[in-house]
Design a protein around this ligand. Structure first.
Ligand code: ADP
Ligand code: MG
Length: 265
């Protein structure tokens, strides 16, 4: 395997698995308020290496806030956040936060590509400017990633020339270009035309089956059911229920989860 192939293989080798037993992401009793709006009221959440974890729940229940805590964009008032051995809630300097965000990919509903850069340049700019990668290596890796999201024929296109689904696939490839240890997806298909949702979900499904650690906030319940190892159902800043995907979706313990799923499916 050459270097270019190795960076898209995410599953840890056998000997690394034992070391990887500790959760990659570990949130303990997270409390966060905006003014007097208590948005997270004791969140416990764990993600193991290679797992796909979905967070589902009504709008305003705190799902995006949880993701923003994981990347250090928001600091909780209390509780502990570990990401790959780093105490995220204790990071203080901008350089520590930047180092964290190189390791945690984040893909949003709004893809926010650089409109004046080509697809290939969108993928190479961060690795070359912030990641210390040479232009030649960054381009070689970017082309492998574009193949992976089936956009290798679009490397010279500008974002404005692409469909929403294509732009979102570029955004996913751009996140992968930083070789993150995990990727957070926040409603990445919510703004897309229905006919392009499937192509984005296909890319995420392949990442999950390759062993990329993923946290998904999504309204695509069938997709979450299919790809997730575990599922958290949030309501009003609390985890109402969590468990293996089949359990939460097929045999929810909480009436609130059952009602939510009946409305959502
Ligand atoms: P979800 O992603 O589940 O829809 P959010 O995490 O975005 O929910 O929001 C949870 C609550 O926090 C909402 O009541 C929202 O209005 C509030 N909120 C989110 N971000 C901010 C902010 N930057 N300032 C003030 N309130 C916020
Ligand atoms: Mg949200």
């Amino acid at each position: 395997m050459n270097a270019t192939e190795s960076f898209i293989r995410f599953r840890p080798a056998d000997e690394a698995r034992d070391a990887a037993r500790a959760p990659l992401v570990d949130l303990r009793d997270i409390h966060l308020a905006f003014g007097d709006n208590a948005v997270l009221q004791g969140i416990d959440l764990q993600v193991r290496r290679g797992e796909a974890v979905s967070i589902i729940g009504p709008s305003g229940s705190g799902k995006s806030t949880i993701l923003r805590c994981i990347t250090g964009l928001l600091r909780p008032q209390s509780g502990q956040i570990h990401v790959s051995g780093t105490r995220v809630d204790e990071l203080r300097t901008e350089s520590q936060l930047i180092a964290l965000r190189k390791r945690v990919g984040f893909v949003f509903q709004q893809y926010n590509l650089f409109p004046h850069l080509t697809v290939l340049q969108n993928l190479t700019i961060a690795p070359t400017l912030a990641g210390g990668v040479s232009q030649a290596d960054a381009e070689r890796e970017a082309r492998v990633l574009l193949q992976r999201v089936r956009l290798d024929h679009k490397e010279n296109a500008y974002p404005g020339e692409l469909s929403g689904g294509q732009q979102q696939r570029v955004a996913i490839a751009r996140a992968l270009a930083m070789r993150p240890e995990l990727i957070l997806f926040d409603e990445v298909t919510s703004a897309l035309d229905p006919e392009t949702v499937g192509e984005v979900l296909t890319v995420i499904r392949e990442l999950v089956s390759d062993g990329m650690t993923c946290v998904l906030v999504t309204h695509e319940m069938r997709f979450a059911h299919e790809v997730s190892d575990s599922v958290y159902f949030t309501e009003a800043g609390r985890i109402v229920e969590h468990g293996p995907s089949a359990q939460v979706f097929e045999h929810p313990r909480s009436d609130r989860t059952r009602e939510f799923l009946q409305r959502a499916l």
